[in-house]
Ligand binder design. Structure first.
Ligand SMILES: [Zn+2]
Length: 201
């Protein structure tokens, strides 16, 4: 669908439209905004995107966003190193950090099982997690995948895998409607869900 704009503008709108959560109207709004900002603002924005893309990588231990080999949470000696909270995305780490109710470490599996979208166990990033559990330092695992279908399926899969190790397994206690996502739960509700975690095994 062409909006009758010059090709170069139409291409920009199409590229922006491919970004997550951006429909045609938002893409147009963003493109028009970008045309109006000063050269300096544009340079700053472009440089910021390039720098973030270049510098941010998954933490070697937990897959969280990091500018170093090891992220700030994994490198923090004050964190409880016997507890690992498993989440789907780095956004979930941020959401749980905001609750200020959790002092342990994280492991980000970078997704969730989704038979409809063709995401199977092979696509989940759990190799480093199992390797770590095999070393015996971790005593407690809190599975905090989303309380939706994919998240529940993933939790079951993780429980099966992790139950082979000598750790206590907990599931975050969701007193919230099924189908919501961890990153959108308000900090006080999410904090309570962590405190009230229920033991699975
Ligand atoms: Zn880390």
């Amino acid at each position: 669908m062409s909006g009758g704009f010059p090709n170069i503008l139409e291409e920009l709108i199409e590229k922006l439209e491919k970004l997550p959560g951006i429909g045609r109207r938002s893409a147009q709004r963003l493109a028009f905004h970008l045309l109006k900002i000063s050269n300096k603002e544009l340079d700053n924005l472009v440089n910021n995107i390039i720098e973030a893309h270049r510098c941010i990588k998954p933490c070697n231990l937990c897959n969280n966003f990091s500018t170093n080999e090891i992220c700030q949470i994994c490198a923090n000696p004050k964190r409880d190193r016997e507890t690992i909270c498993i989440v789907e995305t780095p956004q979930d780490v941020l959401a749980i950090e905001k609750t200020a109710q959790y002092q342990g470490l994280y492991y980000v599996i970078l997704g969730a099982l989704s038979p409809l979208e063709g995401v199977g166990p092979g696509e989940l990033n759990i190799g480093k997690l199992l390797n770590r559990l095999s070393k015996g330092e971790i005593k407690e695992v809190i599975i905090s995948t989303d309380p939706d279908n994919e998240g529940e399926l993933t939790a079951q899969f993780l429980i099966e895998k992790i139950s082979k190790y000598k750790v206590k397994i907990y599931r975050i206690s969701i007193g919230i409607p099924l189908g919501t996502q961890i990153e959108y739960i308000d900090p006080s509700t999410l904090g309570k869900a962590i405190i009230d975690r229920r033991i699975v095994i």
